[in-house]
Ligand binder design. Structure first.
Ligand SMILES: C[S@@+](CC[C@H](N)C(=O)[O-])C[C@H]1O[C@@H](n2cnc3c(N)ncnc32)[C@H](O)[C@@H]1O
Length: 369
């Protein structure tokens, strides 16, 4: 009993220290990123540095490891399949991982895909959608809640949180975490995504879709999948897409799925992006393992999250506090970039590299050829 009281007191003290330091510091890591450092944007800053091992400031992706022969799209996939045929084989049953059969001709578009009915060729389970997205979760079709997750995931299923997400919530990440914001983050990740331009990209845990919209508008990808577990986020994502006139509805689909059970065929996807999401997943390693499974050889994984290190390392019993925090909220706090490297490498991804800005970290790794 005393131990738990002690733990709670430690937790409250650390929380206080965390908030105090966060509201006070522009740390040394921000020097490159802030306007005070010469108004340089983050992307050029990333390109100006060449080391890939620095732990402070920005780190350029190791371009030497980038194999330009990986650059391809569906029509260049090395098979005789036409683009639609190839895409048709991308979606898979989240239970059997086998191909899904479409009730009619597959159409990959915001409006038509959710109306399709798909059936697993092995377990015969049928999957369908509503007016906004295709439900490819294991619990699809269930009359109950659609599967329960820990608080760190469930909170995003609340309609109010989905409504607020791009109306202040996401902007908060910049203030207390050092996130550069979707446009700059997209610019930064282009370096990593270069080898897979023209291919398919999954915006895993897309929320209301700030990145899915940027990916679709960029015209750089042959298929964009906006994927999230939250139905309300997907509805908000759909509404935002409809509000913006300059987004093509073709080759963009909204899919409800659990990151730990991705409804895609193995080795079928060129790139996966997971913005500010790893720390929300019930099991980050289960998510990264799934991403590793669906990436084709040479496919790229790029993600952003927080790392609580620097001054925070001095908080006593930080690992224990993290464990308790995780048990209560389901949220995972990374204490160093090495932990993220470990998740990637244990899930079979190579060429890990990263860029830091205060608590913000953008990581990238790829599936070996
Ligand atoms: C903080 S938001 C990130 C949104 C967006 N990618 C960005 O960069 O702003 C985290 C998202 O992770 C999603 N999420 C949580 N658990 C998930 C799971 N098990 N599978 C898929 N998505 C999940 C939530 O629904 C939420 O939309």
């Amino acid at each position: 009993m005393e131990f738990y009281i002690f733990l709670i007191v430690c937790y409250l003290i650390s929380l206080f220290v965390f908030l105090y330091v966060n509201t006070r510091t522009p740390s040394t890591e921000t020097q490159i990123a802030t306007p005070a450092a010469g108004n340089r944007s983050l992307a050029p800053a990333a390109s100006q540095l060449s080391s890939s091992t620095s732990t402070r400031g920005f780190v350029k992706p190791p371009s030497s490891t980038v194999n330009s022969s990986l650059h391809r799209n569906f029509t260049q996939a090395g098979t005789d399949l036409n683009e639609n045929e190839a895409k048709k084989q991308v979606l898979a049953c989240p239970i059997c991982y086998d191909m899904l059969t479409w009730s009619d001709d597959p159409v990959f578009s915001v409006d038509f895909t959710p109306r399709s009915i798909l059936e697993c060729s092995i377990c015969k389970k049928a999957y369908s959608g509503n007016e906004t997205h295709l439900d490819l979760t294991i619990t699809s079709g269930s009359k109950k809640s659609g599967g329960y997750m820990p608080a760190s995931s469930e909170i995003f299923r609340l309609p109010l949180v989905s409504y607020l997400y791009e109306r202040g919530w996401r902007q908060g990440f910049s203030i207390w975490g050092g996130f550069p914001g979707p446009e700059k983050e997209f610019e930064m990740m282009k370096d990593y995504l270069k080898p897979v331009i023209g291919g398919s990209i999954i915006d895993a845990s897309c929320a209301s879709g700030p990145f899915s919209r940027l990916f679709a508008k960029s015209g750089l990808f042959s298929l964009v999948v906006a994927l999230d577990f939250s139905e309300t986020m997907l509805k908000q994502c759909f509404d935002f897409i409809k509000q913006e006139n300059n987004i093509s509805q073709e080759n963009l689909i909204l899919v409800r799925a659990d990151i730990a059970r991705l409804p895609f065929a193995s080795s079928s996807i060129d790139a996966v992006h997971a913005g500010a999401a790893l720390h929300c997943w019930p099991s980050p390693s289960a998510g990264v393992a799934e991403i590793s499974r669906i990436l084709r050889p040479g496919g790229v994984f790029v993600a952003t999250t927080y790392v609580v290190d620097g001054p925070y390392s001095f908080i006593p019993f930080l690992s224990r506090i993290r464990q308790s925090f995780r048990q209560i909220s389901g949220s995972h706090v990374y204490l160093s970039d090495r932990e993220l490297k470990d998740v990637c490498s244990t899930c079979g991804l190579v060429d890990y590299t990263y860029v830091r800005n205060r608590r913000f970290i953008m990581i990238s790794a790829r599936k070996p050829n």
